[in-house]
Design a protein around this ligand. Structure first.
Ligand code: ADP
Length: 482
């Protein structure tokens, strides 16, 4: 199959979160399954130096762009996957984050930027870019690509479309004036199309117009049809339930495996865990924590936003710090959470390590050196860190939601007995529930043999992309056949 995979970020070119991990790994896995898959991304300034050799293959006239839009072609670094970069300098030639300016707020012209990108993708999808290649399938991801299925629906003949929701909480909402400025059909200003409570919703372009919808875990696919998780879109998702499925994300074990991880000084595996202790020591040093091999080291890496439940960790901090444990946190995001963590660090210098910022290498070293990984998320479409944690023998402590529910097996009497336990789960989004679960983890940690057994079961789990990529190819085939 010929698949055009449209995304607003992809590792290792540009990354703000899990979407980049998926967009870097899934096309590679599809390519390994002999599919003709090509990735298409905006040509952000920060991405170009990492993109290797590029050549201009097309120049497009795109509504909304006052300048011609260049299409650059290269390869996703380290792979044979072709990448098209949409080079519209007024939209993408600016430094920093793909979505936000230096002050952390959204770029004011995000609607125009991603509308230009989506229109350029449509030109390629319709084989109007002179590339002599038309995809059978356009796979769109998150709100930034939401207009693609909608715009394709205006064409008499067009490729089929799959739209994947990586996080329903980000919808791409803009006002009426913006809608008018984008020169979209007026008929789309309707609750059955792109209008959402008086605003233009990019994500509805995907949800209402794509042939099939997916999200990144089976549990999240169920959850988003309820008012608790549907972000106001549950009605539409219920209507489209027959076209909606959940396919769990995988982990790219060529990047995330403690036996070969290039960011680690000390490698280890299920058969030989010695290197894990050495990584723990180096992590304790990095965070300025006492070197204490026997004290359990808990950790978290992630965006500091309400979704991730970091406020719950802050709530229990005084009690947590009375227990024999250390905690290392890496993240960036909401300034209130960043400040609270920095302040807490000064209060508990011997037990709490905090680094504010984005640090890919340290994220790997944390996975390797910690004993347990905290993910008390309010919602979690899939979550990748708990999957990485399993492979690094860093037992995940997670709220039972979305992909966390689908990937972690709670340590109960039954699962410990049956050697299927891989971590700890809790249900309610309360500080008490989190603390009680951490206490459960601490008491298992005291039973070294039992803990090591769970570590080894966790490390044996296989969430490689191959399985998920096969499920996507089955879905593409089914969609094409229909
Ligand atoms: P989300 O997509 O909601 O951010 P995921 O768990 O799916 O959450 O993916 C997060 C990805 O981003 C992981 O690869 C994680 O290691 C990485 N990440 C998040 N924050 C940071 C950070 N501050 N430094 C390094 N890596 C980070």
């Amino acid at each position: 199959m010929k698949i055009l995979f449209a995304s607003s970020e992809a590792h290792p070119l540009i990354k703000t979160g899990g979407l980049a991990d998926v967009s870097g790994a899934l096309p590679k896995a599809l390519h390994d399954l002999k599919q003709d898959v090509r990735l298409i991304l905006p040509a952000y300034a920060d991405l170009l130096p990492r993109a290797g050799t590029l050549r201009e293959v097309s120049r497009l006239t795109v509504t909304g762009s006052v300048e011609p839009v260049r299409v650059l072609e290269g390869l996703l670094p380290g792979t044979e996957v072709p990448v098209y970069l949409i080079d519209a300098p007024r939209c993408f030639d600016r430094p920093g984050n793909p979505y936000t300016g230096p002050d952390g707020s959204d770029w004011p012209d995000n609607a125009l930027r991603f509308a230009v990108f989506d229109r350029a993708v449509v030109e390629l999808a319709q084989n109007r870019a002179g590339l002599d290649w038309q995809p059978d399938m356009v796979h769109c991801n998150d709100w930034q690509t939401g207009l693609i299925p909608a715009l394709l629906s205006l064409e008499t003949a067009h490729p089929t479309t799959v739209f994947t929701v990586h996080n329903l909480a980000y919808q791409g909402l803009f006002d009426w004036a913006t809608f008018q400025s984008l020169e979209l059909p007026y008929a789309w200003w309707s609750m059955h199309q792109l209008e959402f409570h008086g605003q233009l919703s990019f994500i509805k372009g995907g949800l209402a117009f794509a042939d099939k919808l997916t999200t990144v875990s089976p549990t999240y696919a169920e959850e988003i049809r309820t008012s608790a998780y549907g972000c106001g879109l549950e009605g539409l998702l219920q209507q489209r339930a027959a076209d909606l499925s959940g396919i769990l994300n995988g982990a790219d074990y060529s990047l995330w495996d403690p036996a070969s991880d290039s960011f680690l000084e000390h490698h280890f595996s299920r058969r030989s865990l010695k290197g894990k202790a050495a990584n723990k020591q180096s992590l304790q040093e990095h965070f300025g924590l006492p070197n204490a091999p026997k004290i359990p080291l808990f950790a978290h890496v992630g965006r500091l936003v309400e979704q991730k439940g970091i406020d719950l960790v802050l709530d229990i901090l005084p009690e947590l710090m009375q227990r024999p444990l250390q905690l290392a946190m890496l993240g960036s995001g909401q300034s209130t959470l960043e400040t609270a963590l920095r302040t807490a660090r000064t209060k508990y210098p011997d037990q709490l390590g905090v680094q504010i910022g984005y640090d890919e290498a340290l994220a790997h070293r944390i996975e390797a050196g910690a004993d347990a990984f905290l993910m008390p998320s309010r919602f979690e479409p899939c979550g990748l860190n708990q999957i990485y944690s399993l492979r690094y023998g860093t037992l995940p402590i997670v709220r039972r939601t979305g992909g966390l529910a689908d990937t972690v097996v709670d340590a109960s009497y039954a699962t410990l007995d049956g050697a299927s336990a891989t971590g700890f789960q809790f249900n309610s989004t309360t500080p008490e529930a989190l603390l009680a679960t951490i206490d459960r983890a601490l008491s298992l940690y005291d039973q070294r043999t039992a803990w090591t057994r769970v570590v080894k079961t966790a490390m044996a789990q296989d969430f490689s992309w191959k399985r998920s990529a096969k499920l996507y190819t089955q879905l593409y085939r089914k969609t094409l056949a229909a």
